[in-house]
Design a protein around this ligand. Structure first.
Ligand SMILES: [Zn+2]
Length: 254
């Protein structure tokens, strides 16, 4: 493992060779891949939870006082995301996908940047900001048809409060997506973990489901994570937006 921030070319070539040999990659991403797109992370020293009260996205509180929570939810989760564009790391994953090497992209992010970059098979473990649903009649609204600037967006049909379709605290993970993610991990030949410290459960267990059935893990992170010492086979230390394009050049161009 390198401890400085210079990309280790020998390790990079080793990772590229493994990717070419195995293919069928389970890509698993977290906030670290979107930081370079201007989407702030939730955790860590510069994370949103250092400066904001996470109870605004606690399901019980949102249900009790949605008008208090909504302006904060909009500011934290929609404003930054609406201005964000995919970065070279997202694009590099699309290149791997085009080369037929990706089984699925499982993301903990709710920013839609993998899809915006062109990834086809994306499983959003924590839901999405693309849609909202009525808490009263369950009608689903695409974000562009919801009035996010209203003091509290409501359902055109019944007047119920609209809740964004990303997973709030104390809200269960959508079962179908979770199952599909673990299935994809077990059926993959290699896990590529990018920009996540592996601290959020049960999402953090997705790449471990691949590891448990003997598949190697390649990890791209700026600092070591909960995976690095115990599970990762090849640790590529650096920013996703720099490491991924370099890695994919080795895989596709080499
Ligand atoms: Zn409704």
């Amino acid at each position: 493992m390198t401890q400085d921030n210079t990309l280790d070319m020998a390790l990079l070539k080793e990772a590229a060779a493994l990717i070419k040999q195995k293919g069928n990659i389970l890509v698993f991403t977290g906030a670290g891949i979107s930081v370079e797109s201007g989407v702030p992370p939730f955790r860590g020293p510069d994370g949103l939870w250092e400066s904001h009260d996470p109870s605004f996205i606690e399901l019980g509180r949102f249900t009790r006082e949605p008008e208090v929570c909504w302006p904060i939810v909009k500011e934290l989760f929609f404003d930054a995301i609406l201005e964000a564009a995919p970065n070279p790391a997202h694009a590099a994953i699309v290149e791997l996908e085009k080369a037929g090497l990706v089984r699925a992209v499982v993301t903990q992010n709710i920013d839609g940047l993998h899809q915006a970059a062109g990834s086809q098979n994306v499983l959003e473990f924590h839901g999405t900001t693309e849609t909202l649903h009525c808490m009263k009649c369950s009608a689903v609204f695409e974000r562009k048809y919801a009035d996010l600037d209203a003091p509290l967006p409501t359902c055109g049909a019944c007047g119920g409060v609209l809740k964004p379709d990303f997973v709030f605290f104390s809200e269960p993970i959508p079962e179908d997506v979770a199952q599909a993610s673990f299935d994809a991990a077990e059926a993959s030949s290699l896990a590529l973990v990018i920009g996540t410290m592996g601290e959020v459960l049960p999402a953090a267990h997705v790449p471990l489901a691949a590891k448990r059935v003997g598949k190697p893990i390649i990890e791209v992170n700026t600092i070591p994570s909960t995976y690095t010492n115990d599970y990762t086979d090849i640790f590529l230390q650096g920013k996703a937006g720099e490491v991924l394009p370099a890695l994919v050049r080795e895989v596709v161009g080499g």
